[in-house]
Design a protein around this ligand. Structure first.
Ligand code: SF4
Ligand code: SF4
Length: 158
């Protein structure tokens, strides 16, 4: 079994069903991330319509093999624009957050999917369910900004 890069030990059973986002501990909040990697893909926003298109061109720090940020604790040294989600500001990000993102689902009052590692007990299920971007990305180092539109994809939803 693949080791879970997120520490999900010692959490209260099914806490996400009983605890509002703004009452969770930092560890509970971090454990909500399913490791899909979709929020680390670059997006294109239509200035006129506000529509957001996802591309397979990933942030320079996304590790395509693990679907994880290669420098998560110190990522802002390399990618200052990386967004830190928090309960107070999550509403501002709903327009672009992936449809299966646990933060989005809970903010909308919806349940987590059974493939979420908090339920399945393994981070592999997010990949097996076909909702992650593992093995599907190109680094932003490899694709010029002007060519991102050639790499627009549908969000993998499983
Ligand atoms: S989209 Fe949400 S669940 Fe997926 S990696 Fe990003 S924060 Fe985690
Ligand atoms: S810095 Fe890390 S967490 Fe932020 S978008 Fe890039 S890969 Fe994702």
């Amino acid at each position: 079994m693949t080791a879970d890069p997120i520490d999900r030990s010692g959490l209260r059973p099914r806490y996400w069903e009983t605890t509002p986002l703004d009452r969770m501990t930092p560890a509970e909040w971090e454990a909500l991330c399913d490791g899909c990697g979709k929020c680390c893909l670059n997006k294109l926003e239509d200035e006129d319509t506000g529509e957001v298109a996802l591309t397979r061109v990933a942030c320079r720090l996304l590790d395509d093999a693990t679907c994880r940020c290669a420098q998560y604790p110190i990522r802002h040294q390399f990618v200052p624009e990386c967004i830190t989600l928090d309960p107070a500001t999550i509403h501002k990000h709903m327009y672009w957050l992936p449809l299966t993102c646990a933060y989005r689902l809970l903010h909308e009052g919806r349940p987590l999917f059974d493939w979420h590692p908090l339920i399945s007990g393994t981070p592999e299920t997010v990949h097996r369910a076909g909702v992650s971007v593992r093995g599907q990305t190109l680094s932003e180092y490899e694709v010029a900004d002007d060519d991102w539109e050639d790499h627009i994809i549908e969000e993998p939803l499983g």
